[in-house]
Design a protein around this ligand. Structure first.
Ligand code: NDP
Length: 287
């Protein structure tokens, strides 16, 4: 039997519709719409597409965009000042710096500059600390999207073995903490892990977040496992046409897994939905 699809695209649309309603209710009370500022530096085409996507999603939900696009040669000091102004700007509830930044700019120090209560990406050390402590706070969007998608499909997590492949501060580490908070028994694998297949075959819930096409093959998956593919990899065929694939060999793994996320249409749209949810959450704290 084939795996059931965890439809991130459909759930993202549902979340956006709910957020739109929440924004409509809150706007008269707060006296202004929510605001999100996305800072982009340079001309990375993939980043530009992501930013456009985020701004379009904001518009649908009724969030005002305060996007700013800077040339590649913008200095660290200029960006720091922009963030300080946005921190003080009462119309702005969320600030995010689109990564990667051009060489020579230090993204970590900029991230530290953002007011933790406006940290729409949930990556400021204060918010990561809140996650570690289990306190309420802004959560990193991609891992929060993974958790929300599993919640929607009522995937049981308590006592289950979860394996996260990838240990980045953006995805792997915060996701492992969220799974732990949901009472899963969590293993984190990475590029130095030995016998990856042995580790992943043990997983009731397997999350791939490595950025390596075809990393997860059918023989690495336990029958009926929940397989979540966070990876986004661009592949170009001989004719020069490119498309996006995940880290999981979808066609083979779907014959083994119980549930699986597609790429595209899985965690990508969930990430955007959770970014909007974070912005609306910060906004709702002001009522
Ligand atoms: P990073 O490159 O920061 O981290 C990748 C992680 O995967 C590292 O921990 C690395 O290990 C590990 N890894 C790499 N190769 C292997 C391997 N062969 N076996 C086991 N582990 C491996 O990437 P991100 O965490 O930022 O992103 C991961 C993927 O998710 C990317 O494809 C990215 O595009 C995608 N992504 C998708 C999002 C979405 O919205 N769907 C949002 C964010 C990211 P080590 O630490 O040892 O180097």
């Amino acid at each position: 039997m084939e795996a059931k699809i965890l439809d991130g695209k459909a759930l993202a649309q549902k979340i956006q519709a709910e957020l739109k309603q929440q924004v409509e209710e809150l706007t008269p009370k707060i006296g202004r719409p929510p605001g999100l500022a996305v800072l982009m530096v340079g001309d990375n085409p993939a980043s530009a597409a992501y930013v456009r996507n985020k701004e379009r999603a904001c518009e649908k939900v009724g969030i005002a965009s305060f996007g700013k696009h800077f040339p590649t040669e913008t200095s660290q000091e200029e960006l720091k000042q922009v963030i300080e102004e946005l921190n003080k700007d009462d119309r702005v509830d969320g600030i995010l710096v689109q990564l990667p930044l051009p060489d020579g700019l230090d993204s970590v120090s900029l991230l530290h500059q953002i007011d933790p209560d406006k940290d729409a990406d949930g990556l400021h050390p204060v918010n990561l600390g809140r996650l570690v402590r289990g306190e309420p706070g802004l959560r990193s969007c991609t891992p929060a999207g993974v958790m929300r998608l599993m919640e929607e499909y009522q995937i049981p997590l308590r006592g289950k073995k979860a394996v996260v492949v990838g240990r980045s501060i953006l995805v792997g580490k915060p996701l492992a903490l969220m799974l732990l908070a949901a009472d899963a028994t969590v293993t984190i694998a990475h590029s130095r892990s030995q016998n990856l297949g042995e580790i992943t075959r043990d997983a009731d819930i397997l999350v791939a977040a490595a950025g390596r096409k075809d990393l997860i093959t059918a023989d690495m998956v336990k029958p009926e496992a929940i397989v979540i593919d966070v990876g986004i990899n661009k592949v170009t065929d001989e004719a020069g046409n490119s498309r996006l694939v995940g880290d999981v060999n979808f066609d083979a793994v779907k014959t083994v897994a119980g549930y699986i996320t597609p790429v595209p249409g899985g965690i990508g749209p969930m990430t955007v939905a959770l970014l909007l949810a974070n912005t609306v959450w910060s906004y709702s704290q002001k009522k």
